[in-house]
Design a protein around this ligand. Sequence first.
Ligand code: RFL
Ligand code: PHB
Length: 394
Amino acid sequence: MRTQVAIIGAGPSGLLLGQLLHKAGIDAIILERQSGDYVLGRIRAGVLEQVCIDLLDEVGVGQRMHQEGLVHGGFDMLFQGRRHRIDMHGLTGGKNVMVYGQTEVTRDLMDARREAGLPTVYEANHVTVRDFDTTRPRVHYEKDGKTFEIECDFIAGCDGFHGVCRASVPEGAVASYEKIYPFGWLGVLSDTPPVHEELIYVNSQRGFALCSMRSHTRSRHYLQVPLSDTVEGWSDDAFWNELRLRLDPAARDALVTGPSLEKSIAPLRSFVAEPMRFGRLFLAGDAAHIVPPTGAKGLNLAATDVKYLSRALIEFYQEKSQAGIDTYSDTCLRRIWKAERFSWWFTSLMHHFPENGPIGQKLQEAELDYLVHSEAAARSVAENYVGLPLDFGE
Ligand code: RFL
Ligand code: PHB
């Protein structure tokens, strides 16, 4: 088999890259280790920045998002038992975010790919990437007991944090920066109406909580929990009781509980691998970086990485220019480090760190009080939350 770009991973970054290349007439094959249903069963992100919305529109898959997604112009911060609104829309000159689940984004991209008749190999086993330091890289995989080889011009490693692409780079060629947080997020999805029309980010002495949603009838809530906790150790009742204790009286009254449709614990990590290009192998999305979910940046960064990558590849094929390829890594990393900084800062501000003692909590509360009463500080949060423009700083 031969293709121009072999894409490893059919998460949001692989699928979006596939569509961007298809629009430019560049052919690609996507190899995915899991089945399509498995990929759709992972409950993850919920908040899309304008840049991400624009990209989904650009590739023609935005229709359902605009019909079913919820446009949010602000969010609440709850601390010392009181809620304060960050007016993102007002503070950023009219920018919003869209609440639309990653599952739905993935489904829309998968449907578009299938309708266009583009090749995706699900349940591709033992994928290996080879010869990416030459002009003729190759990818091997197994399917139904047979081995296949793909010859290509480029390999896009869109295979997430545990993927094969970053792991295939010689150790000395990549530098990693990592911070692991001493807690996780216990998430519950339920068919219950959201507590409030916008998201509520909660700083409490019992730990962080987040009231989010997928629609007017489906909620997504998170609790900060110790890393030693297990999903089995948290009954639905225990989850709702603990959430109630972290909320303000009005939110507590508005909270409707119900059985969990999904319950999982996610560890929190900040991670960046540098560079993001190795000859003809590119890393994009979670394969190259992880942010803690507090700033809702992971999916959005994945989308902007593949925008830059598609631009570089289009330039290569259409203008015979290597320039975009050469600057891909630096261009991505400038944006990534700003999102890493924001996500780390927001995580540090909102979570309970017992090791910092009572003074840690007091300092967080002072910063939060400053933030919600200083227009300058609130604008900085709003500007980062809605997402920096693609060409920020250029
Ligand atoms: P993915 O989604 O991990 O997809 C990678 C795909 O590659 C496949 N794969 C392989 N395929 C072939 N061969 C191999 N050897 C392979 N190894 C792996 C995998 O099966 C998978 O299908 O990475 P991608 O596409 O880069 O997308 C990144 C996003 O999924 C991620 O950043 C977000 O989910 C992060 N995130 C959030 N991001 C936001 O922008 N807004 C949010 O509100 C938000 N909330 C979240 C989040 C992540 C969370 N968790 C669970 C980590 C909330 C949570 C709780
Ligand atoms: C979600 O709805 O899953 C969600 C929303 C905002 C975040 C993280 C996750 O910051």
